[in-house]
Design a protein around this ligand. Structure first.
Ligand SMILES: [Zn+2]
Length: 546
């Protein structure tokens, strides 16, 4: 078997945003299928798209990510391999021909986003009586059909009082698993009397769209649907199929979220427009940083209960149910679960540290990222309510009851312990640890969690990371810090992750810190997001499907 080395082959690939293959080993003379002996030969030298800032060599970052994923599952890798195969076969294929020209959003396309968002906000898609979520689904369906989808490719399924929408755009290679673009059509209830403007009557004032769903997530949904329609109009043909999947009860019971995930469990990857997003510098429309969610922590409730025959309070016994429960609660309160880290939280701490105003806290974030067992750093980070959850599992007492009369020994005392479980542990594991901490058979511990799931750790997919970072920077035409985040839970994504499908919450919409009104009053979104938002999807969707 003859091996040919292409030591001098250093073309740039748009697909890998500045990554170059330094050495490709071909098997056999003019072989069409090269044997890439070492995947870490893929190396990145371009600083342009790499947010791995000071301290992390950009040449290490991508090989590490690429080598961590199955090449069969990574389109980027396969694109490189295919290109290498052509070079090995002596074919002179112009690399530029592989790149799809990225459209620039027209003003008509921008207007369509606002129009669709306003029409959606106008429909009251709230759980309970008068839920009009199916009307939102019908509106989106009609848009897609007008945009070129065959009526049979847009399926609106009534599910009880709500509905789901699944729109399929077939890829040219049916062997590839589809990309799912996820969102939800329902919104949280809003009481018009409490709002300055009608929550279900969209209003635009000075470049801001107001209404229930403006941030969560009708504007995001309109942006996503419009972008996919526009890509089709611009003549884009995805190699990998694209499925738009919108749930109808994400804000409440999530039955449709679960159903959609099961229906689409064959997906390659899920991009969820519900979650993540960027932050503008205070009082401006200048992007500061952009965040996307990878893993989510799992939710769990455990009941602690002590029962006792009780008796008259004038004749106290040694075993008082309230006292025994209190002793258990003190132990749980003092206990800290071990510090943990995964790829996502490590990167998150590294990249969020530069935005921390307090130098001591920033230093602790960096130190914790470098070594999660650094006790001093851990103490600082765990003292911060917004950071402690990213360092491991947390459990806190949230409910307490006991006794039945002022003059009686308590027959029963109960407490609820609410836990947010770090990815990689089961609810059973955490319950076993709580029992060990309590160390008493008198305290009965029961898992009383209602309707939660424990998704596994989502791997950090190199193709997604590269494409998302490229897309958000293309959207705003500048270098923007990108911070991966481990969310505390609660989006459609967890149902896909639970079935082994990687899912990332990656909305391109930026908000000002003082304008976060998701689920609250006077929810709003800045329309300056429309053009960059479309540009983001014009980059991201082809990069993940071409
Ligand atoms: Zn949402």
């Amino acid at each position: 078997m003859q091996h040919t080395q292409f030591g001098a082959w250093t073309p740039h690939f748009d697909d890998l945003a500045g990554c170059i293959a330094r050495r490709v080993v071909c098997t056999g003379k003019n072989a069409l299928t090269p044997d890439i002996a070492n995947r870490t030969d893929l190396s990145c030298r371009s600083q342009r798209w790499l947010p791995w800032r000071a301290g992390v060599g950009s040449t290490q970052a991508i090989p590490h990510l690429v080598s961590g994923v199955d090449p069969k599952m990574t389109y980027r890798t396969r694109t490189l391999l295919a290109s290498a195969a052509m070079l090995c076969a002596g074919l002179n294929v112009p690399l530029a021909a592989r790149t799809v020209a990225t459209p620039v959003p027209t003003s008509a396309e921008e207007a369509q986003v606002l129009d669709l968002a306003q029409k959606e906000i106008d429909i009251r898609s709230v759980r309970g009586e008068g839920n009009r979520t199916p009307a939102v689904a019908a509106l989106v369906r009609d848009r897609l059909i007008a945009g070129g989808w065959a009526p049979g490719d847009v399926v609106v399924t009534p599910r009880g009082v709500t509905a789901t929408l699944v729109a399929t755009w077939a890829g040219t290679d049916p062997s590839l698993k589809p990309l799912v673009l996820s969102g939800h059509m329902d919104v949280v209830e809003a009481k018009p009397a409490d709002w300055k403007r009608d929550p279900f009557g969209p209003v635009v004032e000075q470049g801001v769209l107001y209404g229930r769903g403006a941030t969560d997530m009708k504007f995001d949904g309109a942006l996503l649907v419009s972008a996919v329609i526009d890509l089709r109009a611009h003549g884009y043909h995805p190699r990998r199929g694209i499925v738009i999947a919108f749930s109808g009860d994400e804000e409440t019971v999530m039955d449709t979220s679960d159903a959609l995930a099961h229906e689409l469990k064959n997906a390659d990857l899920v991009i969820n427009a519900d979650g993540g997003g960027g932050t503008f510098a205070d009082g401006s429309d200048k992007p500061l940083y952009w965040l996307w969610d990878g893993n989510e922590k799992a939710y769990a409730d455990y009941q602690l209960e002590v029962t006792n025959p009780g008796g008259h309070s004038s004749e106290p016994r040694a075993d008082n149910a309230i006292v025994q429960l209190a002793q258990a609660l003190v132990k749980v309160g003092a206990f800290q679960f071990p510090a943990e880290q995964n790829e996502l939280t490590k990167l998150g701490f590294e990249r969020a540290a530069p935005f921390e105003a307090d130098p001591a806290k920033a230093a602790a974030m960096r130190a914790f990222a470098a070594n999660p067992h650094d006790a001093a750093a851990l103490a600082v980070v765990r003292a911060e309510p917004d950071l402690v959850g990213k360092t491991g599992t947390t459990c806190v007492a949230t409910l307490l009851s006991g006794g039945h009369a002022e003059n009686a020994l308590p027959q029963r005392a109960r407490a609820n312990i609410n836990c947010r479980i770090f990815p990689g542990h089961s609810r059973e594991d955490i319950m076993a640890q709580l029992k060990t901490v309590i160390g008493s058979d008198v305290v009965k511990v029961t898992d009383v969690t209602d309707g939660s799931i424990t998704p596994p750790v989502t791997p950090l997919r190199a193709d997604y990371v590269v494409a998302a970072e490229k897309a958000i920077r293309a959207a705003w035409g500048k270098d923007i810090a990108v911070i991966p985040n481990q969310a505390s839970g609660g989006s459609d994504s967890m149902f896909y992750r639970a079935l082994g499908v990687p899912a990332y919450n990656a909305s391109p919409v930026f908000t000002r810190r003082d304008e976060r009104f998701s689920h609250g009053l006077d929810e709003r979104v800045r329309l300056v997001n429309i053009k960059p938002g479309l540009t983001y999807y014009f980059n991201l969707i082809p990069d993940l499907t071409k």
